[in-house]
Design a protein around this ligand. Structure first.
Ligand SMILES: [Ca+2]
Length: 119
């Protein structure tokens, strides 16, 4: 009975848990290509739903610093998306893209991925 009580107590703890963000693997794209992002492996540990995805740049190559903090895509349907623009020569270098997910209880989590644009 002690074991059962501990199990039930454990369940009580996880009935409300924050999500875990997964921004997907680091990626490399060539100039002239689109970039794809996949945050679909993000999960809510208590079985809830992730209701909002928010992607932004947190680091940009030299000369593109004005892009830092720019929101790239957000919304309930923004788990998986592809840029509507082609990368240009000026985008060459390393970017850090941060994904923030929010669950149905308003709790959030972040993860980031590195996007490298090569000529
Ligand atoms: Ca939750």
């Amino acid at each position: 009975m002690i074991g059962l009580a501990l199990t039930l107590a454990g369940c009580a703890i996880v009935t409300k848990a924050p999500p875990v963000a997964n921004a997907g693997p680091d990626a490399i794209v060539h100039v002239g290509e689109v970039a794809s992002f996949d945050g679909s492996l993000s999960i809510d540990l208590d079985g809830g739903q992730i209701v909002y995805y928010h992607w932004r740049a947190t680091a940009a190559p030299e000369g593109r610093e004005t892009e830092v903090d720019r929101v790239l895509r957000e919304g309930e349907d923004a788990a998986v998306w592809t840029t509507e623009w082609l990368t240009g020569e000026e985008d060459s270098g390393e970017w850090v893209i941060e994904l923030t997910v929010t669950d149905d209880e308003g709790q959030s989590a972040t993860d980031d991925m590195k996007l490298t644009v090569v000529p």
